[in-house]
Design a protein around this ligand. Structure first.
Ligand SMILES: Nc1nc2c(ncn2[C@@H]2O[C@H](COP(=O)(O)OP(=O)(O)OP(=O)(O)O)[C@@H](O)[C@H]2O)c(=O)[nH]1
Length: 381
Protein backbone atom coordinates (compact mmCIF):
# COMPACT_ATOMS: atom_id res chain seq x y z
CA UNK A 1 0.00 0.00 0.00
CA UNK A 2 1.28 3.47 -0.83
CA UNK A 3 1.86 5.58 2.25
CA UNK A 4 0.12 8.93 2.22
CA UNK A 5 2.52 11.88 2.55
CA UNK A 6 2.79 13.20 6.10
CA UNK A 7 1.06 16.60 6.38
CA UNK A 8 3.31 19.47 7.47
CA UNK A 9 1.25 22.10 9.26
CA UNK A 10 2.68 25.55 9.97
CA UNK A 11 1.77 27.18 13.25
CA UNK A 12 2.31 30.93 13.09
CA UNK A 13 1.12 34.01 14.96
CA UNK A 14 2.45 37.20 16.46
CA UNK A 15 4.79 37.19 19.47
CA UNK A 16 3.23 35.60 22.52
CA UNK A 17 -0.13 34.81 20.89
CA UNK A 18 -0.11 31.24 22.19
CA UNK A 19 1.67 29.08 19.61
CA UNK A 20 3.63 27.00 22.13
CA UNK A 21 0.51 26.68 24.27
CA UNK A 22 -1.38 25.37 21.22
CA UNK A 23 1.42 23.00 20.36
CA UNK A 24 1.46 21.55 23.87
CA UNK A 25 -2.34 21.25 23.88
CA UNK A 26 -2.32 19.40 20.59
CA UNK A 27 0.49 17.09 21.71
CA UNK A 28 -1.29 16.22 24.94
CA UNK A 29 -4.60 15.59 23.14
CA UNK A 30 -3.07 13.82 20.16
CA UNK A 31 -5.44 10.87 20.56
CA UNK A 32 -3.04 8.29 19.21
CA UNK A 33 -1.66 10.48 16.44
CA UNK A 34 2.13 10.55 16.36
CA UNK A 35 3.25 14.11 15.84
CA UNK A 36 6.73 15.44 15.13
CA UNK A 37 7.62 19.01 15.99
CA UNK A 38 9.98 21.55 14.47
CA UNK A 39 10.52 24.74 16.41
CA UNK A 40 12.02 27.93 15.07
CA UNK A 41 12.47 30.79 17.53
CA UNK A 42 13.69 34.32 16.94
CA UNK A 43 15.88 34.94 19.98
CA UNK A 44 19.37 33.51 20.28
CA UNK A 45 18.08 31.00 22.85
CA UNK A 46 15.33 28.73 21.57
CA UNK A 47 13.06 29.03 24.60
CA UNK A 48 10.06 27.53 22.85
CA UNK A 49 11.89 24.27 22.22
CA UNK A 50 12.51 24.00 25.96
CA UNK A 51 8.82 24.41 26.63
CA UNK A 52 7.48 21.85 24.17
CA UNK A 53 6.97 18.38 25.55
CA UNK A 54 5.59 15.12 24.31
CA UNK A 55 6.30 15.20 20.58
CA UNK A 56 6.42 11.65 19.25
CA UNK A 57 9.32 12.37 16.92
CA UNK A 58 11.08 14.55 19.46
CA UNK A 59 11.43 18.28 19.01
CA UNK A 60 13.86 19.41 16.35
CA UNK A 61 14.99 23.00 16.51
CA UNK A 62 15.80 25.12 13.50
CA UNK A 63 18.60 27.43 14.56
CA UNK A 64 20.13 30.45 12.80
CA UNK A 65 17.38 32.92 13.42
CA UNK A 66 13.96 33.27 11.94
CA UNK A 67 13.32 30.60 9.34
CA UNK A 68 11.55 32.84 6.87
CA UNK A 69 14.75 34.84 6.34
CA UNK A 70 16.62 31.72 5.30
CA UNK A 71 17.39 31.78 1.64
CA UNK A 72 17.89 28.04 1.21
CA UNK A 73 15.52 25.47 2.56
CA UNK A 74 18.15 22.77 3.00
CA UNK A 75 18.04 22.56 6.79
CA UNK A 76 14.28 22.49 6.70
CA UNK A 77 14.23 19.95 3.86
CA UNK A 78 16.47 17.59 5.82
CA UNK A 79 14.38 17.96 8.96
CA UNK A 80 11.11 17.37 7.09
CA UNK A 81 12.61 14.40 5.23
CA UNK A 82 13.78 12.73 8.43
CA UNK A 83 10.52 13.33 10.29
CA UNK A 84 8.37 12.18 7.38
CA UNK A 85 10.44 9.09 6.55
CA UNK A 86 8.37 5.89 6.98
CA UNK A 87 10.72 4.66 9.71
CA UNK A 88 9.83 7.69 11.85
CA UNK A 89 6.23 6.45 11.84
CA UNK A 90 4.73 9.92 12.28
CA UNK A 91 1.22 10.94 11.29
CA UNK A 92 1.88 14.68 11.10
CA UNK A 93 4.55 17.34 11.48
CA UNK A 94 3.92 20.68 13.15
CA UNK A 95 6.28 23.58 12.57
CA UNK A 96 6.11 26.31 15.19
CA UNK A 97 7.29 29.50 13.54
CA UNK A 98 8.81 32.41 15.39
CA UNK A 99 6.45 35.20 16.44
CA UNK A 100 7.69 37.52 13.73
CA UNK A 101 7.92 35.08 10.86
CA UNK A 102 6.41 35.96 7.51
CA UNK A 103 3.82 33.23 6.87
CA UNK A 104 3.87 33.48 3.06
CA UNK A 105 7.64 32.97 3.07
CA UNK A 106 7.21 29.99 5.40
CA UNK A 107 4.64 28.41 3.10
CA UNK A 108 7.03 28.78 0.16
CA UNK A 109 9.83 27.21 2.19
CA UNK A 110 7.71 24.31 3.34
CA UNK A 111 6.42 23.65 -0.17
CA UNK A 112 10.00 23.57 -1.36
CA UNK A 113 11.06 21.35 1.56
CA UNK A 114 8.36 18.71 1.08
CA UNK A 115 9.76 15.77 -0.84
CA UNK A 116 7.74 12.69 -1.79
CA UNK A 117 7.07 11.74 1.83
CA UNK A 118 5.56 15.00 3.03
CA UNK A 119 2.93 17.46 1.88
CA UNK A 120 2.05 20.99 2.92
CA UNK A 121 -0.82 20.74 5.41
CA UNK A 122 -1.89 24.35 5.83
CA UNK A 123 -1.29 27.40 7.95
CA UNK A 124 -2.75 27.79 11.41
CA UNK A 125 -2.53 31.40 12.58
CA UNK A 126 -2.87 32.20 16.29
CA UNK A 127 -4.16 35.60 17.36
CA UNK A 128 -3.75 37.25 20.73
CA UNK A 129 -7.35 38.50 21.02
CA UNK A 130 -6.72 41.22 23.63
CA UNK A 131 -3.77 42.60 21.67
CA UNK A 132 -5.13 42.31 18.11
CA UNK A 133 -6.28 45.86 17.47
CA UNK A 134 -3.17 47.53 18.88
CA UNK A 135 -0.89 45.05 17.12
CA UNK A 136 -2.64 45.71 13.81
CA UNK A 137 -2.33 49.47 14.32
CA UNK A 138 1.39 49.08 14.77
CA UNK A 139 1.95 46.28 12.25
CA UNK A 140 -0.72 46.33 9.53
CA UNK A 141 1.11 43.49 7.73
CA UNK A 142 -0.50 41.13 10.25
CA UNK A 143 -3.81 41.44 8.33
CA UNK A 144 -1.98 39.86 5.40
CA UNK A 145 -0.85 37.00 7.65
CA UNK A 146 -4.41 36.33 8.75
CA UNK A 147 -5.48 36.50 5.10
CA UNK A 148 -3.52 33.41 4.08
CA UNK A 149 -4.38 31.21 7.04
CA UNK A 150 -6.46 28.06 6.73
CA UNK A 151 -7.45 28.13 10.37
CA UNK A 152 -7.44 31.27 12.52
CA UNK A 153 -7.29 30.64 16.26
CA UNK A 154 -8.38 33.67 18.28
CA UNK A 155 -6.79 32.90 21.62
CA UNK A 156 -6.93 34.38 25.16
CA UNK A 157 -10.72 34.74 25.14
CA UNK A 158 -10.52 34.76 28.92
CA UNK A 159 -8.87 38.17 28.85
CA UNK A 160 -11.46 40.03 26.76
CA UNK A 161 -15.10 41.03 26.99
CA UNK A 162 -17.78 40.12 24.47
CA UNK A 163 -17.53 43.44 22.61
CA UNK A 164 -13.81 42.90 22.04
CA UNK A 165 -14.45 39.35 20.87
CA UNK A 166 -16.98 40.68 18.35
CA UNK A 167 -14.38 43.17 17.08
CA UNK A 168 -11.79 40.41 16.78
CA UNK A 169 -14.24 38.23 14.85
CA UNK A 170 -15.05 41.10 12.49
CA UNK A 171 -11.36 41.84 11.83
CA UNK A 172 -10.67 38.18 11.10
CA UNK A 173 -13.62 37.82 8.73
CA UNK A 174 -12.68 41.00 6.91
CA UNK A 175 -9.08 39.84 6.49
CA UNK A 176 -9.98 36.27 5.60
CA UNK A 177 -13.61 35.51 4.79
CA UNK A 178 -12.95 31.89 3.88
CA UNK A 179 -10.85 30.50 6.73
CA UNK A 180 -12.31 28.57 9.62
CA UNK A 181 -11.89 30.47 12.85
CA UNK A 182 -12.17 29.58 16.49
CA UNK A 183 -12.32 31.51 19.72
CA UNK A 184 -10.51 29.73 22.51
CA UNK A 185 -8.76 30.03 25.82
CA UNK A 186 -5.38 28.44 26.41
CA UNK A 187 -5.22 27.60 22.71
CA UNK A 188 -7.46 24.59 23.31
CA UNK A 189 -7.86 23.46 19.71
CA UNK A 190 -9.03 20.01 18.67
CA UNK A 191 -6.03 18.37 16.94
CA UNK A 192 -8.45 16.92 14.38
CA UNK A 193 -8.92 20.41 12.99
CA UNK A 194 -5.23 20.62 12.25
CA UNK A 195 -4.49 17.21 10.87
CA UNK A 196 -7.56 15.37 9.70
CA UNK A 197 -8.73 18.44 7.84
CA UNK A 198 -5.20 18.89 6.53
CA UNK A 199 -5.26 15.39 5.09
CA UNK A 200 -8.28 16.37 3.01
CA UNK A 201 -6.98 19.77 2.01
CA UNK A 202 -6.04 19.77 -1.67
CA UNK A 203 -2.48 20.97 -2.10
CA UNK A 204 -3.19 22.82 -5.31
CA UNK A 205 -6.30 24.54 -4.03
CA UNK A 206 -5.62 28.20 -4.61
CA UNK A 207 -9.29 29.04 -4.34
CA UNK A 208 -9.51 28.39 -0.63
CA UNK A 209 -7.25 31.32 0.10
CA UNK A 210 -7.24 34.92 -0.81
CA UNK A 211 -3.62 34.47 -1.83
CA UNK A 212 -3.22 31.36 -3.95
CA UNK A 213 -0.30 28.99 -3.97
CA UNK A 214 0.55 30.14 -7.45
CA UNK A 215 0.81 33.68 -6.22
CA UNK A 216 2.89 32.58 -3.27
CA UNK A 217 5.22 30.57 -5.42
CA UNK A 218 5.49 33.29 -8.00
CA UNK A 219 6.37 35.89 -5.39
CA UNK A 220 9.86 37.25 -5.71
CA UNK A 221 12.26 35.33 -3.52
CA UNK A 222 14.32 38.46 -3.10
CA UNK A 223 11.32 40.11 -1.51
CA UNK A 224 11.88 43.33 0.32
CA UNK A 225 12.62 42.38 3.90
CA UNK A 226 11.61 45.83 5.08
CA UNK A 227 8.02 44.65 4.75
CA UNK A 228 8.71 41.94 7.25
CA UNK A 229 8.11 42.30 10.94
CA UNK A 230 11.78 41.45 11.35
CA UNK A 231 12.81 44.83 10.13
CA UNK A 232 11.28 46.32 13.26
CA UNK A 233 12.21 43.66 15.80
CA UNK A 234 15.39 42.93 17.68
CA UNK A 235 16.12 40.60 20.51
CA UNK A 236 18.72 40.12 23.16
CA UNK A 237 19.32 37.38 25.68
CA UNK A 238 20.91 36.49 28.97
CA UNK A 239 22.35 33.05 29.59
CA UNK A 240 24.10 32.32 32.83
CA UNK A 241 24.60 29.52 35.31
CA UNK A 242 23.71 31.98 38.07
CA UNK A 243 20.52 32.41 40.01
CA UNK A 244 18.25 35.42 39.67
CA UNK A 245 17.07 37.52 42.56
CA UNK A 246 13.25 37.22 42.63
CA UNK A 247 12.60 40.81 43.66
CA UNK A 248 14.82 42.17 40.91
CA UNK A 249 13.35 39.75 38.36
CA UNK A 250 9.81 40.87 39.20
CA UNK A 251 10.83 44.50 38.90
CA UNK A 252 12.36 43.79 35.49
CA UNK A 253 9.18 42.05 34.29
CA UNK A 254 6.92 44.77 35.60
CA UNK A 255 9.03 47.61 34.26
CA UNK A 256 10.57 46.09 31.15
CA UNK A 257 13.23 47.86 29.11
CA UNK A 258 12.16 50.37 26.47
CA UNK A 259 10.61 48.65 23.44
CA UNK A 260 10.34 45.20 25.03
CA UNK A 261 7.15 43.37 24.00
CA UNK A 262 7.99 39.74 24.78
CA UNK A 263 10.15 38.33 27.57
CA UNK A 264 10.47 34.60 28.03
CA UNK A 265 12.78 31.98 29.40
CA UNK A 266 13.50 29.96 32.46
CA UNK A 267 15.37 31.00 35.55
CA UNK A 268 17.11 29.45 38.49
CA UNK A 269 15.98 30.77 41.85
CA UNK A 270 18.53 29.44 44.26
CA UNK A 271 16.34 29.16 47.33
CA UNK A 272 15.24 26.06 49.24
CA UNK A 273 12.03 24.71 47.68
CA UNK A 274 12.63 26.65 44.46
CA UNK A 275 16.02 25.63 43.10
CA UNK A 276 14.81 22.12 42.23
CA UNK A 277 12.51 23.34 39.45
CA UNK A 278 12.90 25.81 36.61
CA UNK A 279 10.75 28.92 36.94
CA UNK A 280 9.36 29.51 33.45
CA UNK A 281 8.92 33.20 32.78
CA UNK A 282 6.46 34.55 30.22
CA UNK A 283 5.62 38.19 29.70
CA UNK A 284 3.75 39.46 26.69
CA UNK A 285 2.26 42.88 26.17
CA UNK A 286 2.62 43.67 29.88
CA UNK A 287 1.00 40.48 31.17
CA UNK A 288 3.25 38.30 33.27
CA UNK A 289 2.85 34.57 33.85
CA UNK A 290 5.14 32.23 35.74
CA UNK A 291 5.04 28.47 35.97
CA UNK A 292 7.46 25.84 37.17
CA UNK A 293 8.82 22.84 35.30
CA UNK A 294 11.31 20.07 36.01
CA UNK A 295 14.88 20.69 34.91
CA UNK A 296 14.66 17.34 33.11
CA UNK A 297 18.32 16.51 33.29
CA UNK A 298 19.49 19.99 32.33
CA UNK A 299 21.91 21.81 34.60
CA UNK A 300 19.88 24.46 36.44
CA UNK A 301 20.63 27.84 34.89
CA UNK A 302 19.04 31.07 33.75
CA UNK A 303 18.04 31.86 30.15
CA UNK A 304 15.97 34.92 29.33
CA UNK A 305 15.13 36.39 25.94
CA UNK A 306 13.76 39.89 25.35
CA UNK A 307 12.13 40.74 22.00
CA UNK A 308 10.71 44.02 20.91
CA UNK A 309 10.27 46.64 18.23
CA UNK A 310 12.59 49.56 18.83
CA UNK A 311 14.18 47.64 21.68
CA UNK A 312 17.01 49.52 23.35
CA UNK A 313 19.43 46.60 23.41
CA UNK A 314 21.99 48.25 25.70
CA UNK A 315 19.32 49.13 28.20
CA UNK A 316 17.85 45.63 27.92
CA UNK A 317 21.25 43.99 28.43
CA UNK A 318 21.92 46.12 31.49
CA UNK A 319 18.45 45.35 32.87
CA UNK A 320 18.93 41.63 32.23
CA UNK A 321 22.30 41.66 33.97
CA UNK A 322 20.60 43.43 36.86
CA UNK A 323 18.31 40.51 37.66
CA UNK A 324 21.22 38.14 38.28
CA UNK A 325 22.15 37.65 41.89
CA UNK A 326 21.92 35.30 44.81
CA UNK A 327 18.58 35.69 46.56
CA UNK A 328 18.80 36.82 50.17
CA UNK A 329 17.73 33.77 52.23
CA UNK A 330 16.68 36.15 55.01
CA UNK A 331 14.24 37.92 52.65
CA UNK A 332 11.26 35.70 53.39
CA UNK A 333 8.92 37.67 51.16
CA UNK A 334 11.22 38.16 48.17
CA UNK A 335 10.08 34.99 46.38
CA UNK A 336 6.45 36.11 46.54
CA UNK A 337 7.25 38.83 44.01
CA UNK A 338 7.65 36.00 41.46
CA UNK A 339 5.33 33.27 42.74
CA UNK A 340 2.40 35.70 42.76
CA UNK A 341 2.36 35.32 38.98
CA UNK A 342 1.97 31.57 39.12
CA UNK A 343 -1.45 30.61 37.80
CA UNK A 344 -2.85 27.29 36.75
CA UNK A 345 -3.87 27.10 33.08
CA UNK A 346 -7.59 27.60 32.65
CA UNK A 347 -10.08 24.86 32.11
CA UNK A 348 -12.77 27.48 31.54
CA UNK A 349 -14.69 27.60 28.33
CA UNK A 350 -15.31 30.88 26.57
CA UNK A 351 -18.82 30.91 27.99
CA UNK A 352 -17.21 31.44 31.36
CA UNK A 353 -14.23 33.54 30.52
CA UNK A 354 -13.26 34.77 33.99
CA UNK A 355 -11.10 37.80 34.39
CA UNK A 356 -7.46 38.74 34.43
CA UNK A 357 -7.64 39.22 38.18
CA UNK A 358 -9.00 35.73 38.69
CA UNK A 359 -6.03 34.47 36.75
CA UNK A 360 -3.59 36.26 38.98
CA UNK A 361 -2.35 38.07 35.89
CA UNK A 362 -2.48 41.61 37.13
CA UNK A 363 0.96 43.07 36.51
CA UNK A 364 0.95 44.58 39.98
CA UNK A 365 3.57 47.26 40.48
CA UNK A 366 6.60 46.57 42.55
CA UNK A 367 5.40 49.25 44.89
CA UNK A 368 2.56 47.03 46.01
CA UNK A 369 3.71 44.56 48.60
CA UNK A 370 3.11 40.96 47.57
CA UNK A 371 3.83 39.88 51.10
CA UNK A 372 0.43 41.35 51.85
CA UNK A 373 -1.08 38.79 49.46
CA UNK A 374 -2.44 35.55 50.73
CA UNK A 375 0.81 33.62 50.65
CA UNK A 376 -0.94 30.26 50.49
CA UNK A 377 -2.86 31.43 47.46
CA UNK A 378 0.12 32.59 45.48
CA UNK A 379 2.89 30.27 46.42
CA UNK A 380 3.76 27.20 44.44
CA UNK A 381 1.29 24.38 44.45
N1 LIG B 1 -4.65 34.39 29.95
C1 LIG B 1 -4.25 33.61 28.96
N2 LIG B 1 -2.94 33.43 28.74
C2 LIG B 1 -2.57 32.62 27.75
C3 LIG B 1 -3.50 31.97 26.91
N3 LIG B 1 -2.83 31.24 25.99
C4 LIG B 1 -1.52 31.42 26.25
N4 LIG B 1 -1.36 32.25 27.31
C5 LIG B 1 -0.11 32.73 27.90
O1 LIG B 1 0.49 33.63 26.97
C6 LIG B 1 1.92 33.55 27.08
C7 LIG B 1 2.53 33.27 25.72
O2 LIG B 1 2.11 31.99 25.29
P1 LIG B 1 2.99 31.12 24.27
O3 LIG B 1 2.22 29.88 23.96
O4 LIG B 1 4.37 30.96 24.80
O5 LIG B 1 3.02 32.10 23.04
P2 LIG B 1 3.89 31.95 21.70
O6 LIG B 1 3.01 32.42 20.58
O7 LIG B 1 4.45 30.58 21.58
O8 LIG B 1 5.04 33.00 21.99
P3 LIG B 1 6.34 33.31 21.03
O9 LIG B 1 6.83 31.99 20.52
O10 LIG B 1 7.29 33.97 21.96
O11 LIG B 1 5.89 34.21 19.95
C8 LIG B 1 2.18 32.46 28.11
O12 LIG B 1 2.35 33.06 29.35
C9 LIG B 1 0.92 31.63 28.09
O13 LIG B 1 0.71 30.94 29.30
C10 LIG B 1 -4.90 32.19 27.15
O14 LIG B 1 -5.78 31.71 26.46
N5 LIG B 1 -5.20 33.02 28.18
Amino acid sequence: MTRRPVPVVILAGFLGAGKTTLLNHVLSHADGRRIGVLVNDFGSINVDALLVSGAAGGTLTLENGCMCCTTDADGLGEAVASLSAPRAGLDAILIEASGIAEPSALIRLVLAACGPTASYGGLVYVIDAPALTTTLDEFPAIAGHIAIADLVVCNKADLVDDATLDRVRAIVVEANPTASSLIVTDAAVDPGLLFDEAAHRPVDDGGARQLSFDELLAADHDHDHDDHLHAAFTSTALQTADSVDPRRLARFLERPPTGAYRIKGEVLIDLPGHRDRAHVIQAVGGIVRVSTAPWSGRVPSTSLVVIGAGLDVDEADAALAGVVGAPDPADAHGILHVTRYIAEPSTRSIDDPGSAEQWGLQPGGVDSDPSADDAEGVDEP
